[in-house]
Design a protein around this ligand. Structure first.
Ligand code: HEM
Ligand code: HEM
Length: 186
């Protein structure tokens, strides 16, 4: 029997789960949107719409990631480590690296848009105020960094997802199940 079932509440709380899966969905969608618009000719309406959608989702992601970190550090349910020894250290490092990369990407996204000096709004509902102004040359600096961090997030999150599946199908433990809704989640 898996010791996780004996020593801990079986699942993360609902808010932790919701924030985790919403973050994952947004990150994948935002990466995909950029891959699609990069294949479209400059100036086409679809390209501009995808960029506007990416930026609005970016603002939403910023709120989710900050909220998620606040919740995790204050009220979020803590569960015992799913691994031990070196694997535990690797998992913890990967999780904190993902948070650090997401925060860096959010900051770079905002800086990139301000450097572009183009419309910056949330689904057309309100404009994001320009807090910083930059020389036009900074556009390519922030853009280049934003793209590199995007790849780092996608690769690390991909490895992270593979490890979750290894726990589920290979080691047959509760690691993935406790991040999924189900009976006994609260
Ligand atoms: C993890 C989340 C994110 C991923 C994976 C991601 C990925 C990307 C990628 C791959 C590009 C294309 C880069 C290039 O061609 O130079 C891009 C462009 C962009 N991203 Fe993000 N991004 C994320 C979050 C954000 C956030 C939070 C914002 C802030 C609002 C943002 C704002 C932008 C802007 C303004 C562009 C340029 C759009 C244009 O060319 O008009 N991104 N993003
Ligand atoms: C872009 C996508 C993703 C991001 C950014 C992400 C990020 C994270 C982070 C930062 C944590 C640590 C939670 C904490 O302790 O505060 C976590 C936990 C977790 N993630 Fe993801 N994740 C993503 C996708 C996935 C996918 C696709 C799966 C499953 C196939 C998954 C399964 C899990 C599981 C099972 C945990 C809990 C691990 C544990 O209890 O030790 N994640 N995720």
């Amino acid at each position: 029997m898996n010791p996780l079932n004996l020593t801990s509440p079986p699942r993360y709380d609902r808010l932790t789960m919701s924030l985790h899966w919403l973050t994952a969905l947004l990150v994948i969608g935002m990466f995909a949107s950029a891959q699609i618009w990069e294949r479209l000719a400059k100036g086409t309406p679809l390209r501009k719409e995808l960029q506007a959608l990416h930026i609005s989702c970016g603002i939403l992601l910023a709120v989710l990631v900050v909220g998620r970190l606040f919740w995790r550090l204050t009220h979020g349910r803590r569960l015992p480590a799913a691994n031990s020894g070196v694997m535990n250290l690797a998992a913890k490092t990967a999780h904190w690296a993902l948070y650090a990369l997401l925060l860096s990407q959010i900051v770079l996204g905002f800086l990139f848009r301000w450097a572009q000096a183009e419309p910056f709004n949330f689904f057309g509902l309100f404009d994001v105020p320009t807090l910083l102004t930059f020389d036009k040359s900074m556009k390519s600096v922030f853009g280049g960094l934003h793209e590199q961090v995007a790849w780092a997030i996608v690769i690390l999150a991909g490895l992270h997802a593979v490890m979750a599946l290894v726990h589920h199908y290979g080691l047959r433990d509760d690691t993935l199940r406790r991040m999924l809704p189900g009976r006994g989640s609260n």
